[in-house]
Write a protein that binds this ligand. Structure first.
Ligand code: FES
Ligand SMILES: [Fe+2]
Length: 372
């Protein structure tokens, strides 16, 4: 809802907030610094619990240039490790699968699912060899409503500190979230810096002109607002025309059955809920300074096929997502123009849909990440 309470008094600012300098989005050295800094110190999406249901189930992935894997222990706890053997650094696992123990393909050192070294051929012949001191390097792991996040920074605050209240809100907006499993992931390559795409997602100043379906069909643009809470950008709005949605909605099913909402978790993930408690997600996977892959995730109870959700995913891909690609790719070309000077942000003290106040928070986080 439009944030009108506790607003600072309007005053004439001789130096309004401006967009970041273009090189933040075009300079490969900035991207390199983000890879080793920002992405290694923030909560990053790894996968979904449905990928690691049974003891020994694992899947590999990469964050901040580091090979990692999640694995389900005999205690059913999900742990994440760097994918590297503590002997001579061979990778332990590839792709995904199930194993009783982790056996390194190089010299067959064997690890428990908890990461501790169990045995290795002839290691007892080494005087004083103490296997209890050898363990795979574990990575901070949290599960938020079935979504596994990791943080390479051992000292990072918990997700509940980064994103206060998000878990409770998600559970209220998606009452069956624990039953949900991915139905499909749609992968979209955008020729732009990941921050251009995230900024575009995080303001709705462009919505009325560029997203006719979204602005007329689902939300009431005059009520749309985005506010930071911790490191979450919280999108709220009232909805309209729910009878015109491509699927039927029982608006009385629960407290939020008729609501749209979104929780962007800085820096690269967002939960979105469409009316009817339909969960979908965004995941930005930065590839290099001017390419990012956006993964749109769609979910159903137990991952069971659902024609309405598939139709919705196709419709979303053809409208909002497609409309945004042209915007962000044009911006990336513009950021390389010698004619561009960082422009003032339209920050309306009353906030609301036609204000870019949400970008102030993003830019602060972006700058801070590079100063740290
Ligand atoms: S590198 Fe893994 S057992 Fe030698
Ligand atoms: Fe958009």
């Amino acid at each position: 809802m439009s944030g009108s309470a506790n607003l600072p008094k309007t005053s004439v600012d001789p130096d309004p907030a401006r967009t970041l300098d273009a090189h933040f989005y075009t300079d490969p050295s900035i991207f390199k610094a983000e890879q080793s800094g920002l992405f290694a110190r923030t909560w990053q999406y790894a996968g979904h619990v449905s990928q690691v249901v049974n003891p020994g189930d694992y899947f590999t992935f990469e964050i901040a240039g580091q090979g990692l894997f999640c694995i389900c222990g005999r205690d059913h706890k999900i742990r994440t490790f760097y994918n590297v053997c503590q002997h001579r650094a061979h990778e332990l696992v590839q792709g995904d699968g199930n194993c009783k123990l982790l056996v390194c393909p190089y010299h067959a050192w064997t690890y428990e699912l908890t990461g501790s070294l169990r045995s290795g051929p002839n290691v007892r012949s080494v005087p004083g060899f103490d296997r209890s001191t050898i363990c795979l390097t574990e990575v901070r792991t949290e599960v938020l409503c079935g979504f596994i996040f990791i943080n390479l920074d051992d000292d990072a605050d918990d997700m509940s500190v980064w994103y206060p209240g998000v878990e409770d809100e998600l559970r209220a907006f998606v009452p069956n979230i624990d039953q949900l499993q991915p139905l499909e992931w749609i992968e979209i390559l955008e020729h732009c810096n990941w921050k251009v795409s995230v900024e575009n997602y995080s303001e709705c100043y462009h919505c009325q002109l560029n997203h006719p379906t979204f602005a007329k069909g689902v939300v009431k643009p005059e009520t749309y607002d985005i506010q930071p809470k911790g490191h979450c950008l919280r999108h709220t709005t009232e909805c309209q025309n729910l009878d015109r949605m491509s699927y039927s909605i029982d608006t009385n099913a629960n407290a939020h059955a008729a609501d749209y909402s979104s929780w962007f978790l800085w820096p690269t993930f967002s939960f979105q809920v469409y009316p009817g408690n339909v969960l979908n997600t965004y995941l930005w996977r930065p590839l290099d300074v001017d390419h990012v892959t956006v993964w749109r995730g769609w979910y159903t109870p137990d991952g069971v096929d659902n024609e309405a959700i598939r139709r919705l995913a196709v419709q979303d891909r053809a409208t909002t997502v497609e409309e945004d690609i042209h915007l962000v790719e044009s911006v990336q070309r513009g950021l390389r123009s010698k004619g561009y000077r960082p422009g003032p942000l339209v920050v309306d003290p009353r906030h609301g849909v036609n204000s870019e106040h949400s970008l102030l928070a993003l830019h602060q986080w972006m700058r801070r990440a590079l100063q740290a």
